[in-house]
Design a protein around this ligand. Structure first.
Ligand code: 16G
Length: 247
């Protein structure tokens, strides 16, 4: 292994130096994502420090999502998070393609509903008459890995026949643009951090009470009419969001 030595003369704690060394090994790809890193014992021998000091460094990197401990298997380098910009109105399919990943969906539910949740009613500005909506619940996949759980609500009077489309194989935005000549214009989004529910853990393949980001989006067409209400639950371990600020 590497000849790196800790510097015991500088006022930087040893655990922190080990942490920085590990981070550097991860960033330069010596420890590639998904790979097993040396054990606590190996690291304490390599650097001639206590296991407690090593544990301190590993624990911080686990809390920061850089490392993952698998019971009985060891400590692994986490997959890098997908950095998603929030200034452009894009679809999941476009976002994944831009990153060279293959977008996909597994449809869990396609249902025509007339009993509309009040939050959806408000978001879509439906008033009392409501009408019928198409509810589509999908697991969103990138290279076949579950990334998000998405529940979309779209007005059927605006998109007649939408219930017959194949949402496993096609992007919803593409269907709306090509088959219904919709012009996507703006969206308003809220993001909230929370812990996963049992349902989300099951479909996303994540551990109990994992951090997730819940995003509500209302999307508008060029006449500023809302045409979709979506609740997306993104994995906190695989996503981070980036916002450009202008002054
Ligand atoms: C994104 C949107 C979602 C939209 C979907 C369409 C967020 C938080 N949500 O996941 O509102 O319905 O893309 O994706 O970005 P599709 O065209 O690939 O089906």
């Amino acid at each position: 292994m590497n000849q790196y030595q800790l510097d015991r003369k500088i006022p930087i704690p040893l655990y922190y130096q080990v942490k920085q060394w590990l981070l550097n090994e991860i960033e330069t790809g010596t420890f590639a994502s998904g790979s097993l890193i040396p054990s606590e014992r190996e690291l304490s021998e390599q650097f001639q420090i206590s296991r407690m000091t090593v544990r301190h460094a590993l624990k911080e990197l686990m809390n920061e999502g850089k490392l993952i401990r698998e019971q009985g298997k060891g400590t692994f380098v986490a997959q890098p998070k997908i950095n998603q910009g929030l200034s452009q109105l894009t679809s999941f399919s476009e976002d994944m393609k831009k990153r060279g990943m293959v977008p996909g969906a597994q449809v869990l539910e396609v249902q025509i509903i007339s009993d509309i949740p009040s939050i959806v009613q408000k978001g879509l500005n439906l008033g009392v008459t409501g009408g019928t909506l198409l509810k589509i619940k999908r697991i969103r996949l990138a290279n076949n890995e579950p990334m998000a759980l998405e529940t979309s609500y779209l007005p059927l009077n605006r998109f007649p026949g939408l219930e017959r489309k194949n949402f496993n194989a096609q992007s919803i935005y593409r269907i709306l643009e090509v088959d219904y000549q919709l012009k996507l214009f703006t969206a308003s989004q809220t993001i909230e951090v929370g812990l996963s529910t049992t349902d989300e853990e099951h479909f996303l393949g994540i551990k109990r009470k994992s951090p997730v980001m819940r995003i509500e989006r209302v999307t508008y067409d060029e006449r500023e009419q809302p045409f979709e209400f979506v609740i997306s639950v993104y994995r906190g371990d695989r996503y981070k969001f980036n916002i450009e600020l202008i002054r």
